[in-house]
Design a protein around this ligand. Structure first.
Ligand code: C2E
Ligand code: MG
Ligand code: MG
Ligand code: MG
Length: 268
């Protein structure tokens, strides 16, 4: 009996494994097709000034218009796009369309942040290629901010710093995304040429629960640190009026979140 059960379990395991390998290969093939057929598009989430709610910028977020499965979110495909190396081609495609969309807008005083996979930062020519793309699309470099995560710094922080430094010399800003969730090391913060620090929504979420939560302390500390280093702060994932008001009262200058606006196609 035990042997039988054992075999059954083993079989089940085998099937699951087989199915997932097929899934991965299928998805990889679909991602290639999606690139070829222009199924990716950026949605833009508003970044506003908390003082008066004015729109100051946008974060470009990738969406996949899948022909059968509808609109897919990064969580559905980004991991496989990264593992297969396809993310680089997908990102360059996204950067291009995002720049075109922002350029088409009447307003010229907004900025856009682009999420950059850690893989790009291992390449020597990332900054040169981005600058070339901006020249080609006619979007002023000062309107663009690249978002990197703390994870991207783990590999080779010195290389990332040099890349961001060259981008800054060309006018392109840098933001540290999801701040507080990664392997935060305060030591590299001051050496990175950052324009923006993005407080992760995990901390913002907690702000509803009163002034005595540890998140309030963390947010206050991040704001003080950013002020000392002359870096702007964007709070992510603001979902309620209470969170918005709390952040504003604490001196956070900018924010984004469902309460302000959901990611959506950019209206011309
Ligand atoms: P992220 O850069 O931290 O982006 C913020 C995520 O939070 C987005 O999820 C956004 O839709 C979501 N969000 C915004 N406001 C709220 C809110 O009030 N509440 C909640 N619960 N969530 C909110 P999304 O679009 O699913 O993107 C997930 C992640 O995928 C992004 O996290 C980013 O790391 C990555 N990503 C998105 N677009 C791209 C891209 O074009 N290239 C690369 N390499 N990565 C991307
Ligand atoms: Mg981001
Ligand atoms: Mg983030
Ligand atoms: Mg995040």
């Amino acid at each position: 009996r035990a042997k039988e059960l054992g075999r059954k379990r083993y079989q089940l395991f085998d099937e699951t494994l087989a199915r997932s390998v097929v899934d991965v290969l299928t998805l990889e093939g679909e991602l290639r097709q999606a690139l070829k057929h222009g199924q990716f598009e950026p949605h833009f989430q508003v970044i506003c000034r908390l003082e008066d709610g004015a729109v100051v910028g946008y974060e470009a977020l990738i969406r996949w218009n899948h022909p059968q499965r509808g609109l897919l979110l990064p969580g559905d495909f980004l991991k496989i796009a990264e593992d297969s190396g396809l993310i680089e081609a997908i990102d360059w495609h996204m950067f291009e369309i995002s720049c075109q969309r922002l350029r088409r807008q009447e307003r010229t005083d907004t900025f856009m942040t682009l999420n950059v996979s850690a893989l790009h930062l291992r390449h020597d020519n990332f900054d040169a290629r981005l600058i070339e793309l901006l020249e080609r699309t006619g979007l002023p470099p000062t309107r663009v901010v690249v978002e990197v995560t703390e994870g991207a710094l783990l590999d080779d922080p010195e290389r990332v710093r040099a890349t961001l430094e060259r981008l800054r010399a060309a006018g392109v800003g840098a933001a540290l995304d999801d701040f507080g969730t990664g392997y935060s090391s305060l030591s590299y913060l001051h050496s990175l040429p950052l324009r923006i620090l993005k407080i992760d929504r995990a901390f913002v979420n907690e702000l509803d629960k009163g002034a005595n939560t540890s998140s309030t302390t963390v947010v206050a500390a991040v704001l003080a640190l950013a002020r000392a280093l002359d870096i702007d702060v964007v709070a992510e994932g603001i979902e309620t009026e209470i969170q918005y008001a709390a952040l504003h009262a604490m001196g956070c200058a900018m924010g984004q979140g469902y309460w302000i606006g959901r990611p959506a196609p950019l209206e011309p």
